[in-house]
Design a protein around this ligand. Structure first.
Ligand SMILES: [Zn+2]
Length: 542
């Protein structure tokens, strides 16, 4: 005989996950490191506050691979795999034959609709290079394409990764000031997108200025610093004009808009148009809407994570997210039908001059100077043959006839390059790809390099800067790419149907996001996922 209490518990526990949510909202905030989020948190009043206070909040998730970059970050969040499985190793990969880097999602057979490839902001066009299943792909297959998958972002590489092979990706193109998509996805813009673009919202920002949202006393530090970039003619101090220094709306003003928090407001309006246009959340089959906010990253690169601009961007994002959450709840027919996750693709370093001014051993590590020194060394070591080096973030690609025509032993060259690099100040280790899986991992820094390595796409020699060394060929601004905590530690929040609220201090991997969300959506994990569903997230877990 079943005891009444046990039976009652079973009856109460089951419905929580008996039916998938009608709508799943997958939010990423580009370059939102954990420390940046936590120090901004007290001033949140809207969407971010709602999620952090009401969701299952993991402040300490970790990107487990080098390089902590946008394309691999989004690919990992949505596939549950590291780059060694999904193949998206960085934003750009270098063609060894030419030594020229190109966008990782570039696919000349699937160009962008209405924007010629040679003028598009970035060359990302299709998910062809993505080698792992996404959560959206899994949803499409398991619902026989009844569950819709739509991804929107200020960046092509974010939208394309999140949409996977079977979803729809839309991203803002700064050359035309519109949201666009490519021929991989469709032959013609859907009518809702045409209607949205026809509103010309991007042009409306041309004559506006970006001023601080809160009273000046609410911002930490100083507004204008010498290591900030005067991006898109916006200046280094408030107020920032959004006209890009142009006389009429066009690519220059669209670029200024993209480096401002108003790009987030525009993205939310596009997401609302997609919710309505694609009728997301309207039936019992789960739909997936992914929204990646890019303005945070652009503000981070130009002004740094401690700037007034960054602080202001988060306070404004909080409001924009509030509007997005309200729209998603409405589309799903209430909170009870909605599941949300929010995370970030990576964090980011302070401007090295900022750290140095406080007494930390911080510097810029200029990849162009590194490549020059390396090419001189190669000439001296191998004078009879042509070997050339190209540095892309933490990867060194080797090319030239000496290697392509096998006039010199490749492994010997790669090991010579690794040896030279490891002797440079600012570099803690370097390894030839030949030795990546056999070299002893003394300090634990080879493990992230291994997880980030994909044969044929990654470099021939990989190196790791010392902490506080920021890889940058610019005289100002900052960057992200290492496995150090400031780049690699990101927040994850689950909220909504089936989620048990609470702050969880255990560290999780960013590969756990897709399997956990998959479980909340009543789906299995994506095919190549390495992470696991986090059991403490589920409301009916005991
Ligand atoms: Zn990013």
């Amino acid at each position: 005989m079943v005891r009444p209490l046990a039976l009652a518990l079973v009856l109460v526990a089951l419905p929580a996950l008996a039916k998938p949510p009608r709508l799943t909202l997958f939010i990423t905030v580009d370059a939102l490191g954990t420390d940046l989020l936590l120090r901004s948190r007290p001033k949140f009043k809207s969407g971010l506050r709602q999620l952090l206070d009401g969701g299952a909040f993991y402040p300490y998730a970790r990107v487990q691979y080098a390089k902590a970059r946008t394309a691999p970050g989004h690919a990992t969040l949505i596939t549950g795999a590291n780059p060694w499985r999904h193949g998206i190793v960085d934003n750009r990969v270098v063609d060894r034959a030419t030594g020229v880097p190109s966008s990782v999602f570039r696919d000349d057979t699937h160009p962008v609709l209405e924007v010629p490839l040679n003028v598009a902001t970035e060359g990302d066009t299709s998910p062809l290079p993505l080698m792992a299943e996404t959560l959206g792909d899994r949803l499409r297959i398991s619902t026989r394409s009844r569950g819709k998958v739509v991804a929107l972002s200020g960046k092509g590489r974010a939208a394309i990764a999140l949409a996977g092979r079977l979803g729809q990706a839309y991203w803002f193109d700064e050359t035309v000031g519109k949201f666009v998509t490519g021929t991989w996805y469709t032959k013609e813009f859907p009518s809702w997108l045409k209607g949205f673009n026809a509103r010309g919202l991007a042009d409306g920002y041309f004559s506006q200025q970006w001023t601080p949202l809160l009273p000046k006393a609410d911002y930490l530090g100083e507004d204008e610093r010498t290591y900030e970039v005067d991006a898109a003619n916006m200046g280094r101090a408030f107020p920032h004009p959004l006209n890009g220094g142009a006389s009429a709306p066009g690519p220059r003003s669209y670029t200024a808009l993209a480096i401002s928090p108003f790009s987030h407001d525009l993205l939310v309006q596009a997401a609302k148009a997609a919710l309505e246009g694609e009728a997301l959340g309207k039936d019992d089959v789960t739909d997936l809407l992914a929204v990646s906010f890019s303005g945070t990253d652009r503000v981070f690169h130009a002004y740094g994570p401690h700037s007034w601009e960054m602080q202001d961007t988060l306070y404004r994002l909080d409001r924009a997210l509030g509007e997005l959450l309200t729209a998603a709840e409405r589309a799903a027919g209430g909170k009870a039908n909605l599941v949300i996750v929010l995370s970030a693709d990576h964090g980011g370093a302070a401007a090295p001059e900022h750290w140095a001014s406080e007494g930390l051993p911080a510097q810029r590590l200029n990849p162009k100077e590194l490549a020059q020194g390396l090419n001189q060394e190669l000439k001296a070591r191998f004078p009879q043959v042509e070997v050339t080096a190209t540095v892309e973030e933490l990867d060194v690609y080797l090319g030239g006839k000496g290697l392509t025509e096998s006039k010199v032993d490749g492994a010997t060259v790669r090991r010579a390059v690794a040896d030279w690099l490891s002797r440079q100040p600012g570099i803690t280790l370097a390894v030839a790809r030949d030795d990546l899986y056999t070299a002893p991992d003394v300090g634990g820094l080879l493990a992230p390099l291994r997880r980030g390595y994909y044969a044929g796409r990654s470099g021939d020699v990989l190196y790791m800067p010392r902490p506080y060394l920021v890889v940058s060929s610019e005289p100002a601004g900052t960057n992200h790419s290492t496995p150090y905590s400031y780049d690699a530690q990101v927040p994850v929040v689950f909220a909504g149907k089936g989620v048990k609220p609470g702050t969880r201090m255990n560290e999780i991997s960013t590969t756990d996001v897709a399997p956990t969300l998959g479980a909340l959506m009543e789906l299995g994990a994506p095919a190549s996922a390495e992470g696991s569903p986090r059991p403490e997230v589920f409301a009916n877990s005991r």
